[in-house]
Design a binder for this molecule. Structure first.
Ligand code: SF4
Length: 750
């Protein structure tokens, strides 16, 4: 493998055991190797009866897995096949048959099942109704279901309705229809699952750059001097990006990982479609900086301090295209190395080593995800990262940028298409003026003040201030912190609607009335639909001919038909026959999505903002046209003596749709595993395989110890299982929940 162009030889050395393991083909001696080929065979067997349909989905559809968003088996980054096992696993959901009415007659039995087992029951075949106290669901007609829900909505103050949508393959047309239906009904409390993953990015990037979106394209990952993976585990969450990184390594790009845990998949990965990599794997990370959980701001501040001391800023860029340098300098000067080292959990020499490599790089892409955003200070984390990028001019040019990589297909488009309690489409703030404009366009007065984001919606439900929860996809029971609280809360509404393709654990909870409405997948939707990937590329995913769930409806149509029944004159506001009509309306009103009306067939796409935002280094959302350097105060979060900092990880979990029972990138660890540094285990006289009780201020969880390359003093548990430990803490700016806490560890005897 080519040596990195900058920064000298990699600092991550392989042990003799690793050298031996690497020498054996297909990584058979590696405990942390995914078994791609075995998984492919399993998926083929699972889809045996519908191979043609499954193949057509793969070959023509836009992937409904993560946010890379290929078209068929290709993408715009590299030649060759774009496919991963996440997508293959999702095929089972996409091609499943509907279950029978008998399947849902006993909710108590269903509650004993895991999410995966519920999915394996098959697709939701027809509308289902269950009232509090009834043993199971009953089949109802669409007319009866809509009449019931529409009747409840008609009697309900729109202020007491919470609207939540997720990104389970949902298309932009549905997002647009969902928020339009909610707003015309008179509601303000409209939110999307992005609140849980990248809400902090939208705020943090808008504060520094003026636009809350990824600045570069995926192809910028290949061929530059440096890629820094910050609080992200691409190997699990965006698997094909490992192929991009394989080519980046071949092109001499240096890869740095900054994380509290050295993810094995980022160290070495076997790219199945690259023969040499499939056989012997690709060594990816060159350097690892084990930052403390919540210590990123301290680390970034220290690196900036070194850059300033060494006069290593991109002087022309900083002086001409940014503001705030003198404030930044003063703040950094006031920070002591003692505080920075303590909070980052790293010695000063490591700050200097990172700064030395970074200063050598003429181009750098920062890739980050929930390791930065899911904190009480998530927005501050993102502002810091953007400031660090700006100090070296790493935006706008080829092979540079800030890439808050999204985990879910199409979620990038959700708030851009108006699913946001504080913004209309295109990120336009809700004001009297903007609301008046949208009211005129849509022909009805809509609310002109911001509504509640998801965490506040949930608190309002808990206080009895909400009567209806419309839950389009997703599984709040599994994804929100404080499991016991959320479980109790979701049972309070008079009416809880689940629009979905399969059952999940939230669907089974009580409410006065639970209505389950069957939706089509994106591949079944007549007229196809569009999906926006993590690089702002809006792509057409066509309708794929094949078997259908007879009573499933297009996703966009369900909220529309429901609201029509709740409004006396509802019919006239939704003059759409199909998704093209919706795209045509979006073409008129969604300024960011100019060109969407012309996206009509497979292969069509537009990328809003072009390949790179700020290509001219003009930050024109700010009056002075300059980006802002925003150095952040240290968010010191001390923990009790003897406690561990704990964070949650995804492992073989992929959004709330896929939850494998083991993590193949981590020695097939089971989901009740806690990852722990060997020196912590020794200190506590624990061994691999020992059972321990983790106690947080919120809950407790029994786990099995697995030794891992965690930063000493920190632990990792799998999400969603670990959510029982998490308190309800949110970032006050973005309302993104904090998925970290502290715990004490006690051995479990016997
Ligand atoms: S990497 Fe993501 S977009 Fe690509 S095939 Fe896998 S799940 Fe789909």
């Amino acid at each position: 493998m080519t040596q990195p162009r900058i920064g000298g030889p990699p600092s991550l050395k392989r042990t003799s055991l690793q050298v031996l393991q690497d020498a054996v083909p297909f990584g058979v001696l590696h405990p942390d190797k995914p078994r791609h080929f075995r998984d492919m065979v399993r998926v083929t067997v699972n889809n045996a009866g519908k191979l043609k349909y499954a193949w057509d989905i793969l070959n023509h559809g836009v992937c409904d897995g993560c946010s890379l968003g290929p078209y068929g088996l290709k993408d715009n980054v590299i030649p060759g096949t774009h496919l991963c096992t996440t997508r293959l696993n999702l095929l089972s959901v996409n091609t499943a048959d509907g279950f029978t009415e008998d399947t849902v007659k006993d909710v108590a039995a269903l509650r004993a099942m895991s999410n995966e087992e519920l999915q394996n029951l098959g697709r939701i075949p027809f509308p289902l109704l269950r009232r509090r106290g009834e043993p199971g669901f009953k089949r109802v007609s669409w007319d009866d279901a809509l009449a019931l829900a529409g009747g409840v909505l008609k009697q309900t103050d729109p202020e007491r309705v919470a609207w939540f949508i997720t990104s389970r393959g949902i298309t932009n047309e549905t997002y647009y229809a969902f928020q339009k239906a909610a707003r015309l009904f008179g509601s303000r409390h409209i939110d999307i699952c992005a609140r849980l993953c990248h809400a902090a990015s939208v705020f943090g990037l808008a504060d520094t750059l003026g636009v809350g979106a990824p600045t570069c394209s995926l192809k910028d990952l290949i061929g530059g001097d440096l890629v820094v993976l910050w609080g992200t585990n691409l190997a699990n969450n965006q698997p094909v990006s490992m192929k991009y990184l394989h080519y980046a390594k071949q092109a001499g790009t240096r890869i740095i990982v900054v994380n509290p845990h050295m993810e094995p998949g980022l160290l070495r990965y076997w790219v199945p479609s690259v023969p040499q990599s499939a056989l012997f794997g690709t060594q990816l990370a060159d350097d690892f900086f084990p930052v403390a959980i919540g210590g990123d701001i301290a680390f970034m501040n220290g690196v900036m301090k070194v850059l300033l001391e060494k006069d290593a800023l991109h002087k022309d860029f900083v002086s001409q295209h940014t503001s705030g340098l003198e404030d930044a300098r003063a703040l950094l000067n006031a920070m002591t190395w003692e505080d920075l080292e303590r909070d980052a959990g790293l010695p000063r020499a490591e700050f200097e080593r990172f700064a030395g490599i970074y200063a050598q790089a003429q181009s750098c892409v920062f890739v980050y995800s929930m390791g930065l955003t899911q904190h009480r200070f998530g927005v501050e984390n993102v502002r810091s990262l953007a400031t660090l990028a700006l100090m070296r001019g790493n935006v706008g040019k080829e092979k540079t940028g800030i890439l808050p990589i999204r985990g879910h297909s199409g979620v990038q488009g959700g708030s851009e298409c108006g699913v946001d309690p504080a913004k209309f489409c295109s990120g336009e703030k809700i004001t009297e003026e903007s609301a008046a404009k949208w009211s005129a366009w849509w022909g009805k007065k809509i609310p002109s003040t911001a509504g509640m984001a998801l965490p506040d919606q949930v608190e309002a439900i808990a206080r009895g201030e909400m009567d209806v929860l419309y839950h389009c996809g997703g599984n709040l029971l599994e994804t929100m912190p404080d499991h016991a609280f959320i479980k109790e809360t979701l049972q309070k509404p008079k009416l809880r609607i689940h629009q979905d393709v399969v059952l999940n654990t939230s669907t089974l909870l009580d409410a006065d009335v639970v209505l389950v409405l069957p939706a089509m997948t994106r591949y079944e939707q007549p007229g196809g639909g569009t999906s926006t990937n993590t690089e702002r590329r809006i792509r057409f995913s066509p309708e794929i001919p094949g078997p259908r769930i007879a009573e499933a409806w297009p996703e966009w149509k369900i909220p529309v038909e429901l609201v029509k029944r709740a409004m006396p004159d509802g019919e006239k506001f939704f003059p759409w026959k199909d998704t093209q009509d919706i795209r045509d309306e979006m073409e008129k009103y969604v300024t960011l999505y100019k060109g969407i009306g012309g996206i009509r067939k497979e292969g069509d796409w537009v990328q809003w903002g072009g390949e790179r935002l700020f290509a001219d280094w003009k930050f024109d959302r700010f009056p002075d046209g300059k980006a802002r350097l925003l150095v952040q105060a240290l968010p010191h979060s001390p923990i009790p003596e003897g406690a561990f900092k704990l964070t949650t990880r995804r492992g073989k979990q992929f959004n709330s749709m896929l939850s494998g029972t083991t993590d193949p990138l981590h020695g097939n660890a089971r989901r009740n595993t806690v990852l722990m540094a060997a020196q912590d285990a020794t200190r506590l006289s624990l061994h691999e395989g020992d059972a321990v009780m983790l106690r947080s201020p919120t809950g407790e969880l029994v786990c099995t110890v697995r030794l891992a390359r965690c930063k000493p003093g920190t632990l990792q548990v799998y999400w969603p299982e670990g959510n029982v430990l998490l308190p309800r803490v949110v970032d006050p700016i973005s309302q993104e929940p904090d998925y970290n806490t502290h715990v004490v560890v006690e051995p479990v005897k016997g």
